[in-house]
Write a protein that binds this ligand. Structure first.
Ligand SMILES: [Zn+2]
Ligand SMILES: [Zn+2]
Length: 173
């Protein structure tokens, strides 16, 4: 099985070869174990807004890499500005107080965050950086300077300080 890092690198390379300028991958981990059974990630082209989706363990009816950006060449700047997505806030889950919810503002859509491993990605929406010295880690793997467990704990603090603060949706919805 390919790791999510390998899949993201491969996908980014394929999309870039089609002329896309892919933004940061948004990841979601499914499953409670530390090595999540299924990780999903998505990214959007900053020019044309086409998307790409990847998963580490596709269901029988799925492929590991899918989406328009993988199959179609980038048409360049989209003359029509992308529809502005509603903003999101992070809330504590009413049903599982130790879990967070990503809530779409103005709708009743939400995503339950099951895994601590998603916290670093979310904290980055509020300006947190996993390591201020290097660019090596996204907060879920150790770098030379910091342990992943410390970064995840820091990320959780940042999220708790920013509950109900509206921020741009990088692609969760
Ligand atoms: Zn594009
Ligand atoms: Zn570092």
């Amino acid at each position: 099985m390919k790791t999510i890092d390998q899949l993201e690198k491969e996908t980014k390379r394929l999309c870039t070869s089609r002329g896309h300028k892919m933004g940061r991958f948004v990841r979601l981990h499914y499953g409670w174990s530390q090595k999540s059974e299924r990780i999903e990630a998505s990214s959007t082209c900053e020019n044309c807004r086409m998307e790409v989706f990847i998963t580490t363990s596709p269901y029988p009816n799925e492929i590991d890499i899918s989406g328009q950006a993988i199959g179609l060449t980038c048409p360049g700047n989209n003359p029509i500005p992308p529809m502005k997505k509603p903003k999101i806030t992070i809330e504590k889950s009413p049903n599982a107080p130790c879990c967070f919810l990503i809530q779409q503002v103005g709708t009743n859509k939400s995503i339950l965050i099951q895994s601590d491993w998603d916290c670093p990605g979310i904290a980055q929406l509020f300006g947190w950086v996993p390591c201020s010295i290097c660019d090596y880690t996204d907060g879920t793997i150790d770098c030379e300077h910091k342990k992943a467990s410390d970064m995840i704990a820091e990320a959780k603090e940042v999220i708790l300080e920013n509950l109900s603060v509206e921020t741009e949706d990088p692609g969760y919805f």
